[in-house]
Design a protein. Sequence first.
Length: 154
Amino acid sequence: MRKHYLFVLILTILGMAAACESLPFGGASATEVPFARFTAQDVFNSFSQAGLQVNSVTRDMLIGRDAAGGFRDRYVFEIARVAPLGGQVLIFDTPEAMGEWIAYIERLRANPNSRRDVVYVYPFANILLQLNASLLPAEANDYRAAMQALDDAS
């Protein structure tokens, strides 16, 4: 008789578990994070909050070489210590578009004539930050860390 009750109890538990998964609040499904969640202004605000100086921020949609397109926004800026050099912030709407740009960077890194131009390139979320190679590694890391702090702020 006990085996019968045990069997019924197990069936009941399994049935309730299956029913709960079909409810809108049941199950352990994670909320999907959209890819295109940050803007260039978010990046520059984060730099400012971290005490990092950027000057002459200019929206510049023109690119040189055989660079990939596909970005939504591109801003160039100066960093006082290496001015008029500085960096660029690119904003992407899709991971595929960002992947094309990263593949372009890898081609530049493979070329001995252009690899110095792409020393400090940091993809993060839908942002690609590229800083001038004249910066010291610690300086470049400060900009990268400020950009990545956007995750903490969102």
